[in-house]
Design a protein around this ligand. Structure first.
Ligand code: MN
Length: 357
């Protein structure tokens, strides 16, 4: 089997029909991946969109109930890491496809389970919306009209610098988008990402379909750039994000290059951590919230000096019942609240050791 598993993908897609559960990472890249997937197959499949956080203990049981109720033909995960042999997924026997770019601990193929991950065939940082776009295009599905959706996902997931050539193709077709910092956030495609991420934050997981509908309906980037609704939401959320960043100054606790801060609005964790980390790339920001006896955290670090994904893997091994993962510069996860001090101390000693080297 070739590592890109493209032939297996093609076969899987050819056979796909009927009702499909499309489970996507609840961020802009995840949304864009799901939208592209549906545009490619909307003639023959009916999609049920399920937004997913990267880690939530109740999610698998929720999913099982939904499967029983809706009886889908297959399940597709985009921009998410799923282990079919894990306790939370065991018992789900449906045909499953995973298309992801989060660093997997191992490969997960089995009889009904196809796991495509960019880490198995590319050294590049490869956002999921680019992976979905590339595979469908290579398989002969015409997504050229929605190339810009992939561009939005690539930029929002901080992959713009890696994929300049791809973005240049979008700019060649749509020169009106080529203004500002064209591979970064301050450009029209970046603006769409910001607006969508505000809408995602505003509606939350329970009303995620409101955002999904806006995106599925958009035939071109102008519709999203000129939308008054998105504008209003964006203003509202940007004000809240500014507040959250201001309160970080008062509420945070620092140890060396590590800064911990509990956030009041749990939805703002990851965006606040991202913005703080862009301002101070050498620090590591851990923003967290707690509920139901669990701590949920987002961790960010932009300088690239420490690989957060490697660090987290080592630390979470020592914390029973914890889950998490992500990319070198951005991770998230969950553990029991009673382990908070241990989590903090493990991080401090890991970083101290690392800095000592
Ligand atoms: Mn992603």
């Amino acid at each position: 089997m070739k590592k890109d598993k493209f032939e297996e993908f093609k076969k899987f897609i050819e056979k796909l029909e009927g009702k499909i559960f499309l489970i996507y990472h609840f961020d802009v890249d995840g949304f864009c991946s799901a939208v592209l997937f549906q545009h490619a197959l909307r003639e023959k499949c009916k999609f049920v969109f399920v937004p997913s956080p990267p880690a939530l203990p109740s999610f698998a049981s929720e999913l099982r109930k939904d499967i029983e109720l809706e009886n889908p033909e297959a399940i597709v995960f985009v921009d998410l890491q799923v282990d079919p042999k894990s306790d939370s997924y065991s018992g789900i026997k449906l045909k499953t496809l995973v298309m992801d770019h989060h660093k997997p601990p191992k490969d997960f193929d089995s009889k009904n389970f196809l796991h495509i991950n960019t880490h198995f065939f590319s050294k590049k940082y490869y956002p999921a919306s680019k992976l979905v776009y590339d595979y469908f295009t290579k398989a002969g599905y015409d997504l050229s009209k929605y190339k810009w959706v992939s561009g939005v996902g690539v930029i929002a997931d901080k992959g713009g610098e890696e994929w300049k050539d791809f973005l240049d193709k979008i700019y060649a077709e749509k020169p009106e988008l080529k203004t500002g910092d064209i591979y970064g956030f301050d450009c029209p495609l970046g603006d769409i990402g910001k607006r969508l991420s505000s809408a995602i934050l505003y509606y939350g997981r329970t009303r995620a379909n409101s955002v999904m509908d806006i995106m599925l309906d958009a035939e071109n980037p102008e519709e999203l750039l000129n939308s008054k609704d998105l504008d209003e939401l964006n203003e509202k959320m940007q004000a809240k994000i500014r507040q959250s960043i201001e309160s970080f100054e008062d509420d945070s606790e620092s140890h060396g290059i590590l800064s911990f801060c509990e956030v009041k609005n749990k939805r703002l964790k990851s965006i606040t951590a991202t913005i703080l980390s862009m301002k101070e790339p050498n620090r590591i920001f851990i923003l967290y919230s707690s509920s139901g006896g669990y701590v949920f955290f987002s961790m960010r670090h932009s300088s690239g000096r420490i690989d957060l994904s490697d660090m987290l893997k080592k630390i979470l091994k020592k914390i029973p019942g914890s889950r998490g993962g992500g990319h070198p510069g951005a991770t998230g996860g969950i553990f029991k609240k009673k382990h908070f001090e241990k989590f903090k101390n493990e991080l401090i000693s890991y970083v101290n050791k690392y800095e000592g080297e």
